[in-house]
Design a protein around this ligand. Structure first.
Ligand SMILES: [Zn+2]
Length: 320
């Protein structure tokens, strides 16, 4: 599998400690030994995704600066973010994995998306860039970062050509506070935005319930391409969230999209060391078996209440 990576992705950093830092990539690379590394290209048209005003704001950052309470930038941020867009594009072309930062899925057209309090460490939306640049039609995004990909969903909210399936921890309990199942897209795009929710402390067994639903929607939509917004922060103990996922789930997620491409979003510790290589194995279609972690009865019962509601909404649009 081609891994699109460059040391340039380490030039965006903060002088004070931040969980979204260049060491993430060092950890990820260690877990991907043996894969082929290719250099990204740099692009110069973030305006195809973002407003001129937002692009200028990032371009004009001169030194270290906090864009908001969560998100820093430095004098190299703009250039690094352009390489991240180009890395995502290259990974799409090679059916590979874009090991890039800064991440992108919280960045909407004008920056913060859907009234989110912050940009959540993101600068430009890497996955949206692929779709806009290549003018892809009939494409599916599967976003399994533990946080809702509010930027991506906002950008494509009224676009019926983009099926966006986003699995995330219950937004009542985590950033960005939106991403409820009732958010289904608007106009002709109604039904093409799918939000599936996992309660805190949820584990692999709950994803086992969701995967057949995702598969059924994909079979119904028949996308020409599947692209993953790949976050590994749902891994048990990764640090930012409260889910208890293991290799088992990340492998199964990868298996959903053989011959697809993926772009890194979150993942800050053990998720990059163990979740990422399991996902890549699934993506490559390699055989693997991992033990499955189970949720408590209380968590399961919350999950099944949510699932019934979600199925009720989805049945209006999909053969599930
Ligand atoms: Zn995340």
């Amino acid at each position: 599998m081609y891994i699109v990576y460059s040391d340039k992705y380490k030039e965006h950093y903060s002088s004070t400690h931040h969980i979204e830092n260049p060491d993430r990539l060092t950890r990820a690379l260690k877990s991907l030994k043996g894969e082929k590394i290719v250099e990204p290209i740099k692009v110069d048209d973030p305006q195809i995704v973002h407003s001129e005003e937002y692009v200028n704001k990032i371009r004009n950052i001169k030194g270290e600066e906090w864009i908001d309470a969560d998100t820093y930038a430095n004098e190299k941020t703009y250039e690094t973010a352009l390489y991240a867009l180009g890395g995502a594009l290259k990974a799409f072309e090679l059916q590979g994995f874009a090991l890039v930062r800064p991440p992108g899925h919280h960045a909407g057209k004008n920056g913060r998306a859907l009234n989110a309090p912050t940009l959540g460490f993101c600068i430009f939306n890497n996955i949206a860039y692929i779709i806009k640049k290549k003018m892809l039609r009939h494409v599916a995004i599967i976003d399994f970062d533990v946080h809702y990909g509010n930027g991506t969903q906002e950008i494509f909210y009224d676009d019926p050509e983009v099926l966006h399936i986003d699995i995330h921890q219950d937004p009542k309990t985590i950033f960005p506070g939106t991403g409820f199942p009732e958010m289904i897209g608007k106009g002709e795009a109604e039904g093409t935005k799918v939000n599936l929710i996992i309660p805190p402390r949820g584990s692999d067994d709950l994803y086992d319930e969701l995967l057949p639903i995702i598969q059924a929607i994909i079979e119904d939509f028949k996308p020409a391409y599947i692209i993953f917004s790949a976050g590994f922060d749902g891994f048990k103990g990764d640090g930012l969230a409260s889910l208890n996922l293991t290799e088992y789930t990340f492998y199964n997620l990868g298996s959903l999209g053989k011959r697809s491409s993926a772009v890194l979003e979150g993942g800050y510790g053990i998720g990059l060391e163990r979740g990422l290589p399991a996902f890549i194995k699934g993506l490559k279609g390699e055989e693997a078996e991992y033990p499955k972690e189970k949720s408590s009865d209380a968590v399961k019962s919350k999950f099944f209440d949510l699932l019934e509601k979600e199925k009720g909404i989805l049945r209006d649009y999909w053969k599930i």
